[in-house]
Design a protein around this ligand. Structure first.
Ligand code: SF4
Length: 178
């Protein structure tokens, strides 16, 4: 099913992924769900088995460039159309369980071409969310409708930036501080 267009109202910030430039970061909205396309996709399921990892709900990565990792089946269409390389295959930089991307830092040195995924457990990570030009190409190209580009959600990003406290198991609802 498509990404929840109202995720900023329906979900909470459960973590963030920082860019190693020390300035930029994107939030992760959870706690995810196990009825997304990734849970019924044979390539993804087989890859998790081969990787020796349990497939768990992952939530939505990014706010103005939002990728539902429970819907992402690693097709890479977003990578093939993005003019500014907003996305990277996160496992090609750090081969860690996706859940460990919460409160982790990435350099942005991962692969950015459509077929450069490590395997089908890989996910499209909006590591350069801040560079997005809002051309909408990725949202239109994604076969799973896993991506939502919504510039107006910048206010939710900024509100969360002011209220989110990194702590294990912590989460914050950005609306709770209006
Ligand atoms: S909207 Fe355009 S610039 Fe922004 S992430 Fe998608 S393809 Fe890249």
């Amino acid at each position: 099913m498509p990404i929840d267009e109202k995720f900023v109202e329906n979900l909470e910030v459960v973590g963030k992924t920082s860019h190693a430039d020390g300035e930029n970061f994107h939030f992760i909205w959870g706690k995810g769900r196990s009825d997304g396309a990734a849970f019924s996709n044979d390539e993804v399921k087989a890859a998790y088995e081969a990787h020796g990892e349990e497939q768990v709900p992952l939530g939505i990565h990014g706010t103005t460039v939002a990728v539902d990792w429970d819907e992402c089946t690693a097709q890479g269409s977003c990578m093939s159309v993005c003019p500014v390389q907003t996305f990277q295959w996160y496992r090609t930089e750090k081969d860690i369980p996706a859940a460990d991307c919460l409160d982790n830092t990435f350099e942005g040195t991962g692969k950015t071409e459509q077929d450069e995924r490590l395997d089908y457990t890989d996910k499209s990570q909006p590591i350069r969310e801040h560079d997005c030009t809002q051309c909408m190409a990725c949202q239109e190209a994604c076969p799973e409708k896993a991506i939502l580009i919504e510039p107006s959600y910048q206010s939710y990003h900024e509100k969360a930036a002011g209220t989110f406290v990194e702590m294990k198991g912590g989460s914050v609802n950005p609306h709770a501080h209006d």
